[in-house]
Design a protein around this ligand. Structure first.
Ligand SMILES: *[C@@H]1O[C@H](CO)[C@@H](O)[C@H](O)[C@H]1NC(C)=O
Ligand SMILES: *[C@@H]1O[C@H](CO)[C@@H](O)[C@H](O)[C@H]1NC(C)=O
Ligand SMILES: *[C@@H]1O[C@H](CO)[C@@H](O)[C@H](O)[C@H]1NC(C)=O
Length: 338
């Protein structure tokens, strides 16, 4: 008898809990509580009717949440909650915003499962946003396998972002490069991991151009192409405590291509990094006859295991043959290796 009562009491309690749980889930989506959450500067994409089922295109909901957060002047947080998977079609988060803004990426984002563009493009773009932080334990899955015979879009692009922080997120199977920094200044990428199969073409980890003061630390990159690639117009870039492999290693260039202006890459430090099973460790490649300057490299404390060409400086870079001979001048390279 006593036992029975115990069971019943337990059930009632359980039912009560369930009711409470349902109630609070409903309340979280109620306008009043959502408004309260907004007052505290946190904007969950769920409050903007993102489905989070991995099937519905949640780009419209994300954009609405972004626009609301971006116009909040008290350091808002755009929340992408854990435990949900959001399908996003091509989306562009545009600044400028009213104050520093954080994207808390704890949930997962997946790319569409079909070929959606024939042009060079980006899936997610953050454009002209100062003081942006993107952080969390979430993953962005590019579902790139269907693209690897044509590889024509990047997964996560930052353009014209000053004082940028990207922390902890995981990027996976991009169609092409995983992350790009273009005309960014003071960009900090910390503890980000990238994985794509060794055979996937052009799947660079982090690619940068025309950027300055870029700090990449404690990252781990397993890809089919460059771990980090540093293109012309980049100055003061530091890659530290990072692990690369498989892939092609850390590369500077190609510099001085036929149609480019004079190349400029200055003050690049790669230190305390490990390379396991990569094609090269660190390399600098410039096209034959290109002009410009590649200056102030410091490569130190690099641990290379099963690396085919640990240090490779190629002033006659020419992928799959057939480069016209151009002899007028050459990119000047100076390097310090310790
Ligand atoms: C970004 O930070 C800088 C330096 O703290 C500040 O001057 C600027 O107003 C900030 N801009 C935004 C949009 O937060
Ligand atoms: C590399 O590691 C050494 C030893 O742990 C440390 O003293 C040095 O500051 C590190 N260098 C950088 C640039 O982090
Ligand atoms: C270098 O890397 C290898 C393989 O990952 C590791 O076993 C070794 O301890 C590392 N050496 C140093 C000095 O960190």
């Amino acid at each position: 008898m006593l036992k029975r009562q115990g069971i019943w009491a337990g059930r009632t309690f359980f039912v009560l809990l369930l009711v409470l749980a349902v109630r609070s889930a409903a309340a979280a989506r109620s306008p009043v509580l959502a408004a309260k959450a907004r007052k505290q500067g946190r904007y969950s994409v769920l409050d903007f009717h993102a489905a989070g089922d991995g099937k519905t295109d949640d780009a419209p909901a994300f954009l609405e949440a972004w626009q609301t957060a971006c116009s909040d002047g008290s350091s808002p947080v755009l929340v992408i909650p854990g435990g949900w998977t959001f399908l996003l079609s091509k989306i562009r988060f545009q600044g400028s915003c009213k104050s520093p803004i954080t994207v808390q990426l704890d949930g997962n984002i997946v790319a569409p499962n079909y070929i959606w563009t024939a042009e060079s493009d980006n899936l997610l773009t953050f454009y002209r946003i100062d003081n942006l932080t993107v952080a969390g334990n979430g993953q962005i899955d590019g579902r790139g396998a269907i693209w690897w015979s044509c590889y024509n879009h990047k997964l996560l692009a930052f353009a014209y972002c000053n004082n940028l922080w990207v922390r902890n997120i995981h990027l996976k199977d991009s169609a092409e490069k995983h992350m790009t920094l273009y005309r960014c200044s003071q960009a900090h990428v910390d503890s980000v991991s990238v994985t794509a199969p060794a055979h996937s073409p052009n799947t660079d980890g982090i690619n940068m151009a025309l950027s300055d003061h870029v700090y990449i630390s404690s990252c781990s990159m397993q890809t089919g192409d460059d771990c980090v690639s540093i293109l012309s117009g980049t100055t003061d870039a530091y890659v530290t405590d990072t692990t690369c492999g498989p892939g092609h290693g850390i590369s500077v260039g190609s510099l001085g291509g036929a149609n480019s202006k004079s190349a400029l890459v200055e003050r690049i430090t790669v230190s305390n990094c490990s390379f396991v099973g990569t094609l090269t460790g660190v390399r600098i490649k410039s096209w034959q006859g290109g002009t410009g300057k590649a200056n102030g490299f410091l490569f130190e404390n690099l641990n290379m295991t099963a690396v085919r060409f640990p240090i490779d400086i190629d002033q006659f870079y020419c992928p799959p043959g057939n480069c016209p001979t151009r002899v007028k001048s050459s990119t000047l390279i100076s390097t310090l290796i310790t």
